[in-house]
Design a protein around this ligand. Structure first.
Ligand code: NDP
Length: 400
C-alpha cells in the first residue's frame, strides 16, 4: 500500500520496524534512517529476508531539516514516523511541511537545554499543517498514545462525561541491574527528576518530584508503589475530554531505582547544565547515559510484566460509574517475538498503528492533532490484532 520513513533506530524504532514488517499489506516499503546508519543496516539484515516488502536505510542528522528534506524527496514516503528523540520533533515536522508528507511521533517536543515538555511548540504548527493539507498525529506511543485512545474509547462507549482520569503506568519487570532505565536514559531521567503535576479544576497543581506516593494492586502484576509524575498527555486530555475535573499520572518505581536516582541527583550527575571536564564541555546527564546499560540490552534479561491503563470515573445516564481499561504485556514474550523488552514493545506497536491509521486514511484530518481527537475504534481493534490486547473492568480498586 505505501512506504513509511522511520527516523531513529533505537529500542522503540526496532519494535516499530518489526511490526511494520509483520504488516506488509499496509507497509510495502520501509526506510530506516538514523544518525548511526550501521544500526539501521543491522536491523535490515535481520528482517529483510522474512519481510514481504523492501527495506532501505539511510544516514540522517534529524536536527538538520535540509538533510531530512533531501531524504524525504529521495525516498518518497507516504508517512514519516519520528522515533528519534523529542528534541528532533520540530525539525522533522518542518521537513514534512516542506515535502507535504504526514507526520507521526510518540513524544512531545522538548528543547534540549530546558527539561520542560509542553505541546505549545507543536500545536503552533496547526495552521501550517492544515494549509499544507497534511496530518500530524502527536503522541502515538503508549503513554502518551494508547492512554489517549483509551480515553476517547471510554468517552465514546461508556460515558456521557468523564470527570476523573488516573493513568497508571506499572512496570513489574526485573532486569537484574541495580539501576538501568527502560528507555532512553536521558529522556527518562529528565522526566522523573522534574517536578510532578496534575490537572484539577481547570489548572495545574505542582508537586515536588516523587512527593505523592500511592500503592496499587495491579492486575496480573501485584502490589506496587507508584508516584505522581507530570506527563504530557494530561495537557491534551484536559482540553479534549469534556467535563474533566482531574487528571493524574502515576508510575511505579522500585526502591533500588529511587535510591540510585537520589544519589545521582545529589552528586550532580542528572544535571543538564554543561560543565567543563579536562578542557571539554560535557553535560553530566549525557555522560551518565553513556555509562548506563543501553535499554536495548535489557531485552534478554527482563522478566515480569507491565500493566498500563486508565481508571475513568464519570457519568452515564445520570449515574456515576468507574471503569479501568488496561493492557498487560509480558517482557519475555516481547523478547521472544521481536527481541525487545515490553517498554519498547508497548511504544513501538502503537507507533506502527498510528502510522497505519494515516497510511490507510482511516484517520484523515488536515492539521496537528493529539491521538484522542480521532475515532478510537479502529485503533483499539488494531491493538488486539498486533499484540497489545486490552481489558475493560468495571468498579476497579480506586486510587485515593
Ligand atoms: P533510543 O535512544 O533507544 O533511540 C533514539 C534513536 O534516535 C537512536 O537510534 C538515535 O541515534 C536516534 N537519534 C538521536 N538523535 C538523532 C539525530 N539528531 N538524528 C538522527 N537520529 C537521531 O530511544 P528510544 O527508542 O527509547 O525512544 C525513542 C522515542 O520514543 C523517544 O522520543 C522517547 O521519548 C519515545 N518514547 C515514548 C514512549 C511513549 O509511551 N509515548 C515510551 C518510551 C519512549 P543513535 O543510534 O546514533 O544514538
Amino acid at each position: 500500500m505505501g512506504k513509511v520513513l522511520i527516523v531513529g533506530c533505537g529500542g522503540v524504532a526496532s519494535v516499530a520496524v518489526h511490526k511494520c514488517c509483520q504488516n506488509s499489506k499496509v507497509f510495502d516499503a520501509i526506510c530506516i534512517a538514523s544518525r548511526t546508519v550501521s544500526k539501521c543496516e543491522a536491523l535490515k539484515e535481520k528482517l529483510q529476508a522474512s519481510y514481504n516488502g523492501t527495506i532501505t536505510t539511510a544516514q540522517v542528522d534529524a536536527d538538520n531539516p535540509e538533510e531530512l528534506i533531501a531524504l524525504i524527496e529521495r525516498e518518497k514516503p507516504d508517512v514519516v514516523l519520528n522515533l528519534a528523540l523529542p528534541y528532533q520533533d520540530l525539525t522533522i515536522m518542518d521537513a514534512c511541511l516542506a515535502t507535504g508528507v504526514d507526520y507521526v511521533d510518540t513524544a512531545n517536543y522538548e528543547p534540549e537545554d530546558t527539561a520542560k515538555f509542553e505541546y505549545k511548540w507543536q500545536w503552533a504548527y496547526r495552521e501550517k499543517f492544515e494549509k499544507a493539507g497534511i496530518t500530524a498525529l502527536l503522541g502515538s506511543g503508549f503513554d502518551p498514545g494508547v492512554t489517549g485512545v483509551f480515553s476517547a474509547y471510554a468517552l465514546k462507549h461508556y460515558f456521557d462525561e468523564i470527570n476523573y482520569i488516573d493513568i497508571l503506568d506499572c512496570n513489574g519487570g526485573d532486569h537484574g541491574y541495580p539501576f538501568a532505565t527502560n528507555f532512553n536514559p536521558e529522556i527518562n531521567i529528565r522526566e522523573v527528576s522534574a517536578k510532578g503535576s496534575y490537572w484539577e479544576d481547570g489548572h495545574w497543581v505542582e508537586t515536588e518530584p516523587m512527593e505523592i506516593k500511592r500503592e496499587y494492586d495491579f492486575p496480573e502484576v501485584g502490589m506496587k508503589d507508584m508516584y505522581l509524575l507530570h506527563h504530557e498527555e494530561i495537557e491534551s486530555l484536559a482540553l479534549n475530554i469534556p467535563g474533566i475535573k482531574r487528571i493524574r499520572f502515576f508510575m511505579t518505581f522500585g526502591q533500588s531505582y529511587l535510591t540510585h536516582l537520589k544519589c545521582l541527583e545529589n552528586v550532580g550527575m542528572t544535571s543538564i547544565e554543561p560543565i567543563m571536564y579536562e578542557g571539554k564541555e560535557i553535560v553530566p546527564l549525557q555522560f551518565l547515559k553513556a555509562v548506563l546499560p543501553d535499554p536495548a540490552s535489557l531485552g534478554p534479561r527482563t522478566k515480569g510484566k507491565t500493566n498500563i491503563g486508565c481508571i475513568f470515573t464519570g457519568k452515564k445516564d445520570g449515574k456515576e460509574k468507574t471503569i479501568y481499561i488496561y493492557n498487560v504485556c509480558d517482557h519475555e514474550e516481547c523478547y521472544k517475538e521481536v527481541g525487545s523488552q515490553a517498554v519498547a514493545y508497548t511504544t513501538g506497536v502503537p507507533a506502527m498503528i498510528g502510522a497505519m491509521m494515516l497510511m490507510t486514511k482511516t484517520w484523515d484530518k488536515d492539521g496537528v492533532y493529539n491521538i484522542e481527537e480521532f475515532d478510537p475504534d479502529p485503533f483499539m481493534d488494531a491493538l488486539n490484532e498486533f499484540g497489545l490486547p486490552w481489558k475493560v473492568v468495571e468498579n476497579p480498586q480506586m486510587v485515593d
